[in-house]
Design a protein around this ligand. Structure first.
Ligand code: HEM
Ligand SMILES: N[C@@H](CC(=O)c1ccccc1NC=O)C(=O)O
Length: 265
């Protein structure tokens, strides 16, 4: 009997052709060949691994946020909320992950930091794509990218041209008859907040946007704490002032009107 035999069954569901395997499906030989420390420093593998994991999550976040944006445009608010729940869960992981890198001592970081310059998180194209998609569009970053490929530059330009999450939310509001011009938008947001009986789905969706904004800010704060812990007042490998530059960016918001709304409630 197949089920009683020790070891893996001879034939598994979905593998009739014998073509699909765990490592093949997940492209593990390719994935696990991508961690190449430049030095002999023992912690460089940790440093590379953490950043690669971040970039994988960034890729998923971009995918899910695009889905949420399309759902808002289509008026399918339940689908947008479903995707935001996933986005928030991943964003919490991004913050938690800092703990892993903080097990590295500054001395151990200094053993390979000099080799990194002028590379820096500054140059994370997907991180900037997330900011652009979320509505934080600072075109100056386009020129700050050195060694960026044509394909990556095109991706960033596309993000600058396409609608933001906020544009999609405004469309969701207007589909429900709420005016969204600059002059009227605050009263529409107030109408949603004060009339939950009619607009609870729009209210909850705005809360989802706010949570996305808040978690991004929390990541920035967690990142700068880690930076101060690792390099103190040193300037960054990317050429910025380091912690002071990053502190300035902790005050940024994707959806300033949702924060301003609080003052009126
Ligand atoms: C030892 C740990 C780390 C240190 C000391 C560090 C340091 C810095 C510094 C100093 C900057 C400012 C730019 C510069 O002049 O270099 C920066 C920017 C950045 N870092 Fe890190 N970083 C660390 C880990 C990480 C990790 C794990 C990520 C995850 C992807 C990350 C992502 C970024 C991003 C996206 C920026 C650009 C932020 C912005 O422009 O708002 N960093 N980092
Ligand atoms: N900017 C960091 C170095 C660093 O953390 C880094 C270097 C190369 C690629 C990604 C990095 N992560 C975040 O900036 C520093 O100044 O120490």
């Amino acid at each position: 009997m197949d089920g009683d035999a020790p070891g893996p069954p001879r034939r598994q569901f979905g593998e009739e052709g014998g073509l699909l395997s765990y490592g093949g499906y997940l492209r593990l030989p390719e994935l696990l060949a991508q961690q190449r420390p430049q030095s002999q420093a023992p912690d460089e593998l940790l440093f590379i691994t953490i950043h690669q994991v971040y970039e994988l999550w960034f890729k998923l976040l971009l995918h899910e946020l695009e889905g949420a944006r399309e759902a808002m445009f289509a008026g399918e608010l339940w689908q947008a909320r479903h995707l935001f729940r996933r986005v928030h869960a991943v964003e919490r992981v991004l913050i938690e992950q800092v703990d892993v890198l903080e097990t590295m001592t500054p001395q151990d970081f200094m053993a390979f930091r000099a080799n990194l310059a002028p590379a820096s998180g500054f140059q994370s194209v997907q991180f900037r794509e997330l900011e652009f998609l979320s509505g934080l569009r600072d075109e100056r970053y386009l020129s700050s990218f050195r060694h960026i490929s044509e394909e990556e530059l095109a991706r960033l330009r596309r993000r600058l041209a396409e609608p933001t999450l906020w544009d999609a939310y405004l469309t969701a509001l207007s589909r429900r008859g709420l005016p969204v011009s600059d002059k009227e938008i605050m009263s529409s947001l107030l109408a949603v907040a004060r009339n939950r009986g009619s607009y609870d789905d729009l209210w909850q969706l705005a809360e989802d946007l706010l949570t996305h904004d808040e978690t991004a800010a929390l990541w920035r704060m967690r990142h700068v704490q880690m930076v101060e812990r690792q390099i103190g007042t040193k300037s960054g490998t990317g050429g910025s002032t380091g912690a002071p530059y990053l502190r300035g960016r902790t005050r940024l918001h994707y959806f300033p009107l949702l924060w301003e709304l609080r003052a009126w409630l």
